[in-house]
Design a protein around this ligand. Structure first.
Ligand SMILES: Cc1ncc(COP(=O)(O)O)c(C=O)c1O
Length: 424
């Protein structure tokens, strides 16, 4: 038997997390390697959301606000707090990642008015960069932005960050795990560098939450945002979260004054009085249907344990790199993620001149009996292979790699157009 296949089967047999795969809806005709973009549907979510729709909305109607809904966001926040190493009253769940980022970046810049420099990097997600650009253009007109340059869009040297931060630095905002290369910052080191210069840090945890161990309190993190639809399996467009360290909450103001940021929204007072604590960062009526869908995914992570998930992710990543080096590097692929596991999240990016069409051939094989493999594509030429240890098996990785090699060797990708679909 092929030594990689044998290894995959042995590792699957002894995998301590293998029972968790059954907690997600099965898709036997495909291998899903895009949990870093949209997590799979937990089986329990079907029942949970049906109950919210049919019973809570259908039968109980508006009475459900007091019976179930008004504290739903707090219940979810308490679960997310455990996953990211924070206290329940330091997490708010609601709105979107972009909106939460806007609130926190605005609040931090307004708080440190005497400092005028903002630092980010070229590994950051576009929305994060756009929000900074917009804030400078519209509100903080005398602020300047330094975008740190990574090595080949893969890796950032701590020395580069250290040299950039100085006493004029108001704010540093970075993705803990880069959506492109999967590069993982050392959160503690960056927080310390910032704090030595009295600068604040806002982390984007979207590609890290549920994928890697995060210790917001232990690393003395200031602020963070993150989405719940990737490794947290909360569902498409599920509400995001934000974190503000307890002692900073009183010092910061949500720039969007709205009724859910008010101390007593249901007094209907015509004048705004800012709420205290993390709740001041709310804006609007919570999106109950999508909020309710988040809980089952979080419960699975809490049951499996973040340290077990991370350990399997590292083991699977090492296996995947072995496979890539053996099967794909000779076919013109390169690895575009850090090799050092302590500097990597839970996806591995590979590049090839024909990445887009290879990606299409994986997802939509012309031969209907061929297994569908779903990774994703990011421009200019990245195929991201997402490892979600709760439902990815070693055999999945082996089969996916054999399939990629087959597509390239037989030039199957030539059957596909280079024209990009709207969502890649
Ligand atoms: C790292 C990162 N930040 C922010 C976002 C945007 O999130 P949202 O659409 O919730 O604003 C994404 C979306 O994928 C992301 O990957």
């Amino acid at each position: 038997m092929n030594r990689f296949l044998e290894k995959a089967e042995t590792l699957d047999k002894t995998d301590p997390l293998k029972r968790f795969k059954d907690k997600f809806v099965a898709n036997p005709s495909l291998i899903y390697l895009d949990g870093n973009s949209l997590g799979k549907l937990p089986v329990k979510t079907i029942e949970t959301t049906a109950n919210i729709v049919e019973n809570q909305w259908g039968n109980r109607l508006i009475r459900s606000w007091n019976e179930h809904w008004i504290d739903l966001s707090k219940d979810i926040a308490a679960k997310i707090a455990k996953i990211v190493g924070a206290q329940p009253d330091e997490i708010f769940v609601g709105d979107t990642t972009s909106l939460n980022l806007y609130k926190l970046l605005f609040a931090s810049l307004a708080h440190q008015k005497e400092k005028s420099e903002i630092i980010t990097d070229d590994l950051n997600f576009p929305t994060d960069l756009y929000i900074i650009q917009g804030l400078i253009k519209q509100q903080f007109k005398h602020h300047t932005l330094k975008v740190l340059k990574s090595t080949d869009e893969i890796f950032m040297d701590t020395a580069t960050v250290s040299e950039a931060i100085n006493k004029s630095t108001s704010l540093i905002t970075l993705s803990l795990v880069s959506y492109k290369s999967s590069f993982l910052y050392d959160m503690k080191t960056i927080n310390n560098l910032a704090h030595k210069n009295d600068s604040l840090v806002v982390w984007d945890l979207s590609h890290a939450a549920g994928a890697t161990t995060i210790k917001l309190n232990e690393t003395n993190a200031d602020m963070a945002v993150g989405c719940t639809y990737k490794y947290l399996n909360g569902g498409p467009g599920a509400p995001a979260f934000l974190y503000v360290r307890k002692d900073l909450q009183d010092k910061l103001t949500n720039p969007i004054w709205s009724w859910f940021a008010h101390q007593k929204p249901f007094d209907f007072n015509p004048n705004f009085i800012e709420n205290t604590g993390i709740e001041k960062f709310a804006i609007s009526t919570p999106s109950i249907l999508s909020l309710g869908a988040i809980a089952p995914g979080l419960d699975i992570i809490l049951e499996a344990g973040m340290s077990n998930i991370e350990a399997k992710s590292k083991k699977q990543s090492a296996f995947l790199i072995e496979l890539i080096e053996h099967y794909l590097v000779p076919l013109g692929f390169k690895i575009a993620s850090p090799f050092n596991e302590s500097q990597r999240g839970s996806h591995i990016s590979i590049t090839h001149n024909e990445s887009y069409r290879i990606n299409r051939a994986m997802i939509a094989p012309k031969n209907k009996t061929t297994k569908i493999i779903i990774p994703d594509f990011r421009p200019p030429n990245l195929i991201r292979i997402g490892i979600t240890p709760l439902y990815t098996s070693y055999l999945d990785l082996y089969e996916a790699l054999i399939r990629i090699a087959e597509i390239v060797t037989a030039k199957e990708y030539e059957n596909f157009s280079t024209e990009k679909l709207t969502v890649t």
